[in-house]
Design a protein around this ligand. Structure first.
Ligand code: UD1
Length: 419
């Protein structure tokens, strides 16, 4: 298993570009199952989860060409299987995103239940209940969910809680349903709007994506489309914190600051100077005094849970006490015990973590536990004195495109040790 070796305390400077959004590219690849025509996606990040999704589509019988780095051409005209097997679903929960498209187009889908994951239980009950409301018959056998429907019927679906994947699955399913579907209490994340943009290019009728009520008018068939994936807002936020935690100045390009309002507001409150140079570029000056500021994670447009670990790490370098409340996932403080090994002053009580800073971090051997937690350990390593080793970086490879090369290009001392 690969490891990172980081020598902390180096100043960063220069320009770094953000990749396409993993969480947008995943549903967009799944959406290609809705049509026998070719869907071309540009700006697909070169990360492990996308390779897994490509494998899943190929398993189902799709042809996936990669004519240029970060361009995927998916043709689902030759699909001959309707099952997402456990080997893929267990490594990537987003595999469940094929459920809606498969049942909508082929009347049948089988997807292994994802089971628990490091950051919590993460069931898919809301996806299944909503599909049932659209007329699908759902059965569970041997850990595999089977959904069948001659043709899905439009319905009014009110989600009990906001679910990003559930909204995406149902939005895709509804594009080929008979009649009108309304998704109420839908997720509003930019990735939902990006998926809706792609589906609209494919011929779907969707209104309200990006708001809490989405209306989809079903059509008989969808066609091919060409689409460019939006920038990754979580990678953008992680790079901003890389500048802030190393007290450096960085220019971050190819991003969309409008998708990061809550993150930028919070970081500015904490003393990070962030200038919007233009619509796709930020300049971060991290050399001011950092102040401890409380945080509560929320659904979009609130502060994203996927930035909580990185923000918490920054708070170890801020003056004062902060209370970090995690409201989306039940077990998302796995990074805390690793940060404590570097000397961070942190205390967890249930869904809350109290930080006290600033503390001097000193390098140690760490183990990455999940995707965003691993990013936070890299950030801590950049700030720590001496050498930090991070084991199991396959977690970070799931969602960050060559993070070590990007950071090295702006002056960080970080290398991948192949193992
Ligand atoms: C997506 C993101 C993930 C992010 C999360 C929350 C992708 C590929 N992943 O995950 O990076 O952290 O949104 O912003 O886009 N829930 C249920 N039942 C369900 C569905 C969800 O109880 O059927 C619960 C989950 O356990 C969790 C909460 O709802 O506590 C939010 O989950 P959800 O928004 O569905 O997250 P994902 O789509 O899995």
């Amino acid at each position: 298993m690969d490891k990172f070796r980081i020598v902390g305390g180096k100043q960063l400077s220069g320009t770094v570009a953000v990749s396409g959004a993993k969480n947008s590219a995943l549903p967009c690849l799944a959406a290609a199952l809705l049509t026998p025509e070719t869907v071309t996606l540009h700006n697909v990040p070169y990360v492990r989860d996308l390779i897994t999704m490509r494998r899943l589509l190929e398993d189902l019988g799709c042809t996936v060409l990669v004519p240029a780095l970060r361009t995927h051409q998916i043709n689902a005209g030759t699909v001959d299987a309707c099952e997402a097997p456990y080997e893929l679903v267990k490594t990537m929960r987003a595999s469940v995103l094929v459920l809606g498209p498969l049942v909508a187009r082929f009347g049948e889908a089988r997807v292994s239940l994802p089971g628990g994951c490091a950051i919590g239980q993460r069931p898919i009950d809301l996806h299944l209940k909503a599909l049932e409301q659209m007329g699908a018959k759902i059965e569970l056998q041997g850990g595999v969910v089977q959904a069948r429907a001659d043709r899905l019927q439009g319905a009014d679906i009110e989600f009990e809680m906001v679910t990003v994947g559930g909204t995406e699955n149902l939005m895709m399913a509804a594009t080929l349903a008979q009649g009108t579907t309304r998704l109420i209490n839908a997720a509003c994340e930019p990735e939902i709007s990006d998926l809706a943009d792609l589906l609209t290019k494919m011929g779907a009728y969707i209104e309200g994506a990006g708001t809490s009520t989405i209306t989809i008018e079903g059509v008989n068939a969808l066609g091919g489309a060409i689409h460019t994936i939006i920038p990754d807002r979580i990678e953008t936020g992680t790079l901003i914190i890389a500048a802030a935690i190393t007290r450096s100045e960085l220019i971050i390009t190819d991003c969309n600051p409008q998708h990061l309002t809550a993150v930028l507001d919070k970081l500015r409150d904490a003393g990070v100077v962030i200038e919007e140079v233009n619509e796709t570029t930020l300049r971060v000056k991290g050399n001011g005094q950092l102040r401890a500021v409380d945080l509560t994670t929320e659904v979009y447009p609130g502060f994203p849970t996927d930035m909580q670990a990185q923000y918490l790490t920054l708070m170890t370098q801020a003056e004062g006490d902060a209370e970090i409340n995690e409201t989306i996932f039940e077990n998302r403080f796995m990074h805390v015990s690793e940060l404590q090994r570097l000397g961070a002053n942190l205390r967890v009580h249930g869904h809350q973590c109290h930080t006290h800073g600033p503390t001097l971090l000193t390098g140690a051997k760490l183990i990455a536990s999940d995707l965003r937690a691993s990013a936070s350990l890299v950030l801590a390593g950049l700030a720590a004195q001496g050498e930090t080793w991070i084991d199991r970086v396959y977690h970070i490879d799931r969602g960050y495109e060559k993070i070590e090369e990007k950071l090295r290009s702006v002056g960080a001392e970080i290398e991948r040790i192949k193992g």
